[in-house]
Design a protein around this ligand. Structure first.
Ligand code: NAP
Length: 342
């Protein structure tokens, strides 16, 4: 009899924790991924993983961008930990699958870092999108959030959008009419959706300034051409002074709200310097360091409110999917990038 089956099932999944004692599923080193549903759990057949961008970038880096090595690396992490919890970045991702008992197609809305996952085989890796096709199973706890896949949006598009659903939902909450909003990493998945929400919120009296390493990507061109950004700064956000000075030239008042959507470490200070005193920074990026943000703000004497990018916000899935429905150009872009790569 395994350890988990000796414990009473808990809605938060603690009965699945194998190591260390007392850990919750998210911070556990190892979960019991036995593909049998205990009371209150849902057993799901998993087809596709959307690996978190910071995690996939790190894995692709150590595997030299080779799809077969990436597949083996991911399978090994899952073998060791019973979940897709990248030990370097600490981040996970989400899955698409089918609830075995009901046949319902769903996307998980809780991180793979706390989801018991068993992989029989990795069948394909898309190096460009961080999409990984598998034959496997996952367990959702009684407390785990999930969403039925919408009938009007391609499954792979929905997965890409739902993975970053917290970003547009929090942007909607944080931005107000007339404000200046800076979005760093604006041409990625979360950046685009945040940008659409920010532009709608600030109206014609406010402005949205996008920051990304290039204005020549298809996404950057889309955001500029369709007026989602009022200005676009080409910058490496790891260069704090260069980025913030470029922003200050366009918006001397600095940003009321800065939204950080990058997938690389070392961009905390550019976000802090881009934001006005008493402004707000939403660190959606999983590469954010609490220490770098806290000490960085102190070091430059900036009184800013810094928000950890909680992956969950009430109604975030509906808000994210609705963002696509309300912005056909953005929806078309997601379809081109994700739906076509099945
Ligand atoms: P993504 O689609 O890969 O986008 C990342 C963006 O960052 C791209 O626009 C990229 O530009 C830009 N970027 C990379 N290096 C940069 C630099 N040095 N300076 C400026 N921009 C830079 O990623 P995503 O899926 O939107 O995810 C974004 C972040 O959110 C990741 O860190 C991810 O781990 C995190 N995330 C957080 C949660 C949460 O719950 N808080 C959930 C999911 C994901 P290029 O494409 O031109 O390189």
């Amino acid at each position: 009899m395994n350890v988990a089956s000796q414990r009473k099932p808990h809605p938060l999944g603690t009965h699945r924790v194998l190591e260390p004692p007392g850990a919750m599923p998210q911070n556990a080193a190892k979960l019991n991924n036995t593909p049998v549903a205990y009371e209150g759990e849902l057993l799901c057949d998993v087809d596709v993983l959307n690996i978190d961008s910071a995690s996939f970038r790190q894995i692709a880096g150590v595997c030299g961008g080779d799809a077969a090595r990436i597949a083996e690396h991911i399978a090994e992490i899952v073998r060791v930990h019973g979940k897709m919890h990248n030990p370097v970045t600490g981040s996970g991702g989400m899955f698409i699958g089918t609830i075995r008992a009901t046949g319902e197609r769903i996307a998980s809305l809780v991180s793979l870092t706390l989801t018991p996952l068993h992989i029989d085989e990795v069948t394909r890796v898309c190096v460009d999108t961080g999409r990984v096709w598998v034959r496997g199973t996952a367990i959702l706890f009684a407390s785990s959030l999930w969403a039925a896949l919408p009938s009007d949006i391609d499954e792979n598009v929905a997965l890409a959008v739902l993975d970053v659903a917290g970003a547009p939902a929090q942007t909607l909450r944080l931005c107000k009419e007339g404000q200046t909003i800076a979005i760093i990493g604006v041409d990625g998945k979360s950046g685009i959706l945040a940008c659409a929400q920010a532009k709608a919120r600030v109206g014609t009296s406010g402005r949205v300034i996008g920051v990304a390493p290039s204005n020549q990507t298809l996404t950057a061109k889309l955001l500029i051409e369709h007026g989602y950004v009022d200005a676009f700064i080409v910058a490496d956000a790891r260069d704090a002074l260069g980025t913030s000075e470029a922003l200050a030239r366009i918006a001397p008042e600095l940003a009321d709200v800065t939204i950080n959507c990058v997938n690389v470490p070392g961009t905390e200070l550019s976000s802090i310097l881009a934001t006005k005193d008493r402004g707000t920074i939403y660190f959606f990026s999983m590469s954010t360091s609490f220490t770098a943000a806290a000490l960085g703000a102190e070091g430059v004497g900036k009184d800013v409110t810094m928000i950890v990018g909680n992956g969950y916000a009430r109604d975030h899935a509906q808000i994210a999917l609705q963002t696509l429905r309300e912005h056909p150009h953005i929806h078309a872009h997601f379809k081109r990038t994700y739906a076509a790569r099945q």
